[in-house]
Design a protein around this ligand. Sequence first.
Ligand code: SF4
Length: 231
Amino acid sequence: MEESKFSVLAIDRLRMTTDGNGVTTLICGMGCPLRCRFCINPGSWDGSVGGKLFTKEELYEAVKIDSLYYLTTGGGLMFGGGEPLLQSEFLADFMEKYKPLGWNFFLESSLNVPRKHLDDVIPYIDEYLIDTKDMDRERYVKYTGGDYDRFYENLLYLKEKVGEEKIVVRVPTIPFLHQSGEEARQNGEKLKELGFSRLDFLTYTNPESRKDISKKARENLELLAKRTRET
Ligand code: SF4
């Protein structure tokens, strides 16, 4: 049987404090089930770039140079995307094989995937960074085009399985979608009521100020701006 491969959009070395966990290497996987209007990595899904395929050994070779940093700072590998859970079987195999090295494994995910993908990686992930986008169903769908219930149920499931102390939840203020900081405050309150205490409030960069967004992401932005004006 042919060995499975991980499709990578980008690898970013020597991240310090970005993920809050020592020195990490961010590995961005291709593919995403969502279509966020201000997507930071549209290349993962809009077809504008192709992913580079890595076997487990090739991925290890690409990141091992920083092993000493991971071990001495409590860092390791951060799997992000796109949505890395779309390639969960590979990730589980990779982490099972390399967990004995003592590196930490972190996952950045929007959790909008079938439950099985989450179950695949839970035994190996040390900490989670969850992109909640919005805790209001209507705004969530408007912004991501995704299934709110799937995200919400996976969020509660993850907390039950691993404990909230292992989960950092991002609570963004999103230009155009949010009229003030009030929406993020309400989202934070809702998350606290659900039992989450590690909240990371942030404000998305207005993508109109970015020069590098793709044609598809630009269309998304214009669509969101139009929908927001209509409501
Ligand atoms: S979750 Fe949203 S922002 Fe992240 S890659 Fe997918 S579409 Fe882009």
